[in-house]
Design a protein around this ligand. Structure first.
Ligand code: DQA
Length: 144
């Protein structure tokens, strides 16, 4: 069975209590459970992780290059700043990376309109809450 890494960046461990008006009331554990159910239906295995540390995300993207068929990445605020994450994604091509955000980053502050991930992702889904993760899994399954 093919494995998809689902990688989550800083502050996403606080989902459920963090700005629920923007990010919703579901916890990250709840998102993980929904992803695992959807992945099983798509015939995919999921390795779901979260870190507040940029280097850990870089390490995991590199690991995905060896072990994963694809990556769903919500890099949180590092999306807008991290050349290291951009480079890590480039370095594992052709492993496809789908960028996900719970909120619509383009409808928020100007600093969130820039993504270092988008130019090296196969696609980006934002604004649909946790459903975005499931849509990303479906997009990867169709591609793999
Ligand atoms: C986010 C959007 C980012 O701008 C923000 O820094 C996050 C979460 C989202 O899922 O909507 O931490 O990636």
């Amino acid at each position: 069975m093919k494995t998809v890494f689902i990688l989550n960046g800083p502050n996403l461990n606080a989902l459920g209590k963090r700005e629920p008006g923007i990010y919703g009331g579901k916890t990250l554990a709840g998102v993980e459970e929904e992803c695992k159910t959807a992945a099983a239906e798509l015939g995919l295995a999921v390795d779901f992780r979260q870190s507040n540390h940029e280097g850990a995300l870089v390490d995991w993207i590199q690991e995905a290059g060896d072990k994963a068929a694809g990556v769903v990445l919500n890099a949180g605020a590092y999306t807008h700043t991290s050349i290291a994450i951009h480079d890590a994604i480039r370095a594992i091509q052709p492993v496809p990376v789908v960028e996900v955000h719970l909120s619509n980053i383009h409808a928020r502050e100007a600093f969130r309109h820039v993504s270092m991930v988008a130019p090296v992702a196969v696609g980006m889904i934002c604004g649909f809450g946790p459903l975005g993760y499931i849509l990303a899994l479906r997009a990867l399954a169709a591609r793999l």
